[in-house]
Structure formats: C-alpha cells, structure tokens
Design a protein around this ligand. Structure first.
Ligand SMILES: C[S@@+](CC[C@H](N)C(=O)[O-])C[C@H]1O[C@@H](n2cnc3c(N)ncnc32)[C@H](O)[C@@H]1O
Length: 536
C-alpha cells in the first residue's frame, strides 16, 4: 500500500538505506534515515497501517539507546506504543532501555507484555533476568562464585545497582560523607554502583605521564558524552564536589536520586531540554572524585580481561565516601560496577570510609600521602598516633628506624614495639593501630624463617597480628595473606575451627560477601599466590 506523503519506491529506498547503515553500525546516520521515514508518516496522519512507523520508531529507539540517549529512546518507544500498545519490537526496546537504566521491575513488565505477544525462550530469559536483577538491586546480595571458580573467564556477571542502609550526611571529615543507617556486618554490600564512565588502557609500569593522559582524556570524553546525552547523569555529576566550594555549604543530596527504582521516570529530568554542559565544573569534579580500579581488588586485575591494567572512572555514590586511615569499607570492581562492602562491622550512625591510599604504613608516610590528596586526616588512628604521650617519643624513634633503617633487623624492631606497648599498657584497639603502622616490619619478620626462629617467641603469632590489624583497617589482601599463612603454620589464634572461622571472616571483610565458601578458597589461593608487595 502506498504511504501518503511518501510513495512506495521512496519508502523502499529509505528502508534499504537504513538497512545498509544498520549493518555498518553507523547509528547517527541510521537515526537520521529513520527520522525521515517517521516524519513522512507524521505528515500522513490519516494513514491506517502504522506497522512500519512503529517498527521504525522501535529501531530508532535501539539506535538511540546504543548511543547512550536513553530519554530519546524511551520517547520513541512510547510513541510506538501509543500507536500500537502491543507492538513487540517497541516493548522489547523499551524493556531493554529500562533494564539499562536499572528500572528492572518496569523492564520486566515490558518483556512480559512482549512475551504474551510473541513468546520465545529468549524473551522469557529477559523476564527472568530482570526479576533476578530487581531482587539483587533491592537486597544487594551478589553471588560471583561461578565466575570466580571458572577463573574469571567469559562475560562479567550481570550486576544491578544497589543502595544499602546508607545515606549522605554532613561529615566531620570534610563536606559530606556516607553514613550507615543501621548496624552492618563485615562483608555486607553497602553500595553497588555502575560507572558513569571508565577510561581504561594498558600502561607499562614505567609509563610516562603522556600515556596516563591518554587514559584520562578517554575518561573525560566519555563522561562529557554521558552527561550530554542524559540530563539525569549530568545532574548527578553536579551533586559532586569540585573541591572549591566551602565544605559546610555543600548541599546534601536526596538519597532517592541514587535509587533507580524509586526515582520517577517522568520527573521532568529525563525529558528536560538539554541544558548546555558546564564543562569546567565537570573537569573539576573529575579531579576530586575519580577512583582507580587498581586501588581495589578488581576483576580486571584478578584475571578476567587481563589486557587492561589501568582503569580510572567515576562512580557517583562511592564518590561521597571520605578517606580514613581506620577505614571500614572497601570496594571491588567487577566490569563497570564498583561494589562497596563493609570491611569491618559498622555501627548505625558510623561514617563509611575507604582508604584512599595504602594505610599499612607509619603516620609520617600517611601524612605525606594525605597531603598529595589535599587533605589532613583527622581519623582516630591519626589523632592517637599524633598525640599519644606514652608511646609518642619511642614511636618516633621506631618509625625513623622503620622508614630509614633499610636492612635493619625488623624482628628486633617489632619486639621493641610490642614490649613498649605492653609496658605502657596500650589498649588492644590502639595496639592494632600501631601494628598496622609497622606492618612492613611485621611482614619482614614473618617472611623470614630466620627472624621467626630468632624472635618468634617474643612476639604474637602471625595470625594473631593479622587478626588485630584487620580490626584496625578492616579486611585487606596483605592482612588476609598473613592470616592464611599464620593459620597454615599452626601459628593461629584458637583451635582449628576457630581459626578457620576467623580466616573466612577476614576473607569476607577483604572481598565482600560475593562468593560461597568454596569459591572463597579460590580467592584465598590467589591471595597466597600474589606477590606480597603487590595488591591483587
Ligand atoms: C571523593 S570526595 C569525598 C566527598 C566529599 N567530602 C564531598 O563532600 O563531596 C574527596 C574529598 O573529600 C574530602 N575528604 C575526604 N576524606 C577526607 C578526610 N579524611 N579529611 C578531610 N577531608 C577529606 C577532601 O576534600 C577530598 O578532596
């Protein structure tokens, strides 16, 4: 049938052209050609056969979604569904866009409606996948066991974003921070966040700053592109600090903005006319808020796609988490998602903190690292180490020996520290802080059979030291490795079952509750195999 406003031949030509562009994955031109077809249909308002119009709208929606234009894609799907509420292509496209936006229950509704029209196993699986992701988004429970046991091969497991029992409040650390709103056990997931964008590359160890700039530029381009296409993304980026605002004036964002399912789709943000971007502000936000994947156990580094060794990205809610040298949270990177978990038990009302840099180092080294981040850490541990009158002087001497006395007998140093702490009746919690600060000396002692034979009886066992340090800085690969080695040497702290239980608890505190016990053993093997000086 001839389409008013466009004769059959012209329509056929446009459709052939569209198919060619589709095969070439030239989405921008494909969208332009689809738009010509749609305009022609719009001009022919009386046309009864709307199938071509609906399919073209659904195809343009897919192309827009591929280019990251979710609002445009949804508008196309809605236009197609207004003309034919049971159009399978439009239902599938809308489901896919909603799934990409993390609106799993609404995506499942679309897939279910599509299944009713043309039921295939593939669509049934889409419904099931959305149900799984919806449950995961609500509970935060993730199971990566199969993937870990398969040696991280194949596609990363699907993950949904999740906001656990946390909220953004004003922080004593500076500006805003993220706080627990109920008691949380070590290992529990707090936040699962998909990156706005990640810049990745292969950077040789001795890379010059030019190579790093390429990765940075890649990230900047991707973030600007994402913000340009999605007003919601832009407005989330603008909630982050540029580092220039007075800290007490930084607004506290409404948590609903971070929760995909609770945020209204038609709140005006999605369809708002695109305001021009404040590029300067976004660049400053990136400077203050980016996280690197290699600062945490990362699927890339754990072996899944080992070609990439440098990833820097922007994850919105994790960017509100402040630093502490006595941190209670860590993150793991799986694909584009950052999973933030409790690395110690956390009490309701406590601030959630990460270590921005290695905190298994003495106070002076941490001060230097903090300065490089433009902050002065005032956490319990730093305040104790800066002020303690009893251990103070001796501590400075020991610290100088540790930092400057390369090659000295680290066993003797550990013995002096332990004896000093015993004489000064330093409480367990503070002993743990100091052991964390002198971790390299403890590691050197336990790494050497000779030093263990010489000093072993005058210091606590390796597993006991590891357990104590995990209490101060939470789970950590290096600490877990010491716990595993200590437990293996019978150098543990308790009977066999107690030690096993402690090992699993530190394992969960290190990697999060993302695997079952059997898969945890695979992570233990990786931890033990890893070079002791290198994070996983
Ligand atoms: C990624 S942001 C963290 C969120 C930030 N506090 C906010 O309100 O948006 C990093 C910035 O937070 C501040 N910050 C983080 N940890 C801190 C700490 N322990 N002490 C002082 N300032 C800290 C510093 O200004 C740092 O540049």
């Amino acid at each position: 049938m001839a389409t008013p406003g466009l004769d059959d031949d012209s329509l056929q030509q446009l459709r052939s052209r569209a198919t060619q562009l589709l095969l070439k994955e030239n989405w921008t031109e494909y969208i332009a050609v689809c738009s010509l077809i749609i305009e022609a249909f719009d001009a022919a308002a009386a046309c009864k056969d709307r199938r071509v119009l609906c399919s073209t709208l659904a195809h343009r929606a897919d192309a827009r979604a591929r280019l990251g234009d979710a609002p445009g894609a949804l508008a196309d799907c809605d236009a197609a569904l207004a003309a034919d509420p049971a159009h399978p292509g439009a239902l599938l496209s809308k489901g896919a866009v909603l799934r990409g936006l993390g609106r799993y229950s609404r995506a499942a509704e679309c897939f279910r409606a599509a299944l009713a029209v043309s039921g295939t196993d593939e669509v049934r699986e889409m419904v099931e996948q959305c149900k799984r992701l919806d449950a995961q988004a609500r509970s935060g429970a993730v199971d990566l066991s199969e993937w870990v046991l398969a040696g991280f091969s194949g596609k990363c497991p699907d993950l949904a974003e999740h906001v656990g029992a946390v909220e953004v409040r004003r922080s004593a650390h500076g500006g805003r921070g993220v706080f627990a709103v109920k008691n949380i056990e070590a290992g529990a997931n707090l936040v699962i966040s998909k990156a706005v964008a990640i810049g990745r590359g292969v950077i040789p160890d001795a890379a010059d700053s030019g190579e790093k700039m390429v990765v940075w530029k890649d990230l900047v381009d991707k973030v600007l592109d994402a913000a340009e296409k999605c007003p919601r993304t832009a407005s989330l980026i603008y909630t982050l600090s540029t580092g220039e605002e007075p800290e007490d004036e930084l607004p506290i964002p409404d948590m609903a903005h971070f929760k995909q399912e609770t945020e209204e789709l038609d709140d005006g943000t999605a369809m708002a006319p695109k305001a021009s971007l404040d590029v300067d502000k976004i660049l400053k936000v990136l400077d203050v808020n980016c996280l690197t994947e290699d600062a945490a156990p990362s699927a890339n580094l754990l072996g899944s796609n080992g070609v990439v060794n440098c990833g820097v990205g922007l994850w919105i809610l994790p960017a509100f988490i402040n630093h502490s040298c006595h941190p209670n949270a860590r993150r793991t990177h799986v694909g584009d998602h950052a999973i933030v978990h409790a690395s110690r038990d956390i009490k309701a009302g406590e601030e959630i903190t990460f270590a921005y840099f290695d905190v298994l180092t003495p106070a002076s080294k941490r001060r230097e690292a903090a300065r490089a981040w433009g902050l002065e850490c005032q956490c319990d541990r730093c305040r104790f180490e800066a002020s303690d009158a009893i251990v103070g002087q001796e501590l400075t001497k020991l610290e100088n020996e540790l930092v400057n006395g390369r090659g000295g007998d680290m066993g003797a140093l550990v013995v002096r520290l332990e004896e000093r702490m015993r004489k000064s009746m330093v409480k367990e919690r503070r002993k743990a802080f100091l052991r964390a600060s002198f971790w390299s000396a403890y590691s050197a002692l336990f790494d050497s059979d000779k030093l263990v034979r010489k000093w072993g009886r005058r210091v606590p066992g390796e597993a006991a030291v590891a357990e104590s340090v995990a209490g101060a800085i939470g789970g950590n690969e290096s600490v877990l490795r010491a716990m595993l080695r200590g437990a293996d040497n019978g150098n543990g702290c308790g009977n066999r079952l107690e030690v096993e239980d402690k090992v699993v608890r530190i394992g969960r505190a290190t990697y999060g509750r993302v695997v079952k016990r059997q898969a945890m053993r695979a992570l233990f093997r990786l931890t033990l195999d890893a070079d002791s000086n290198k994070s996983l």
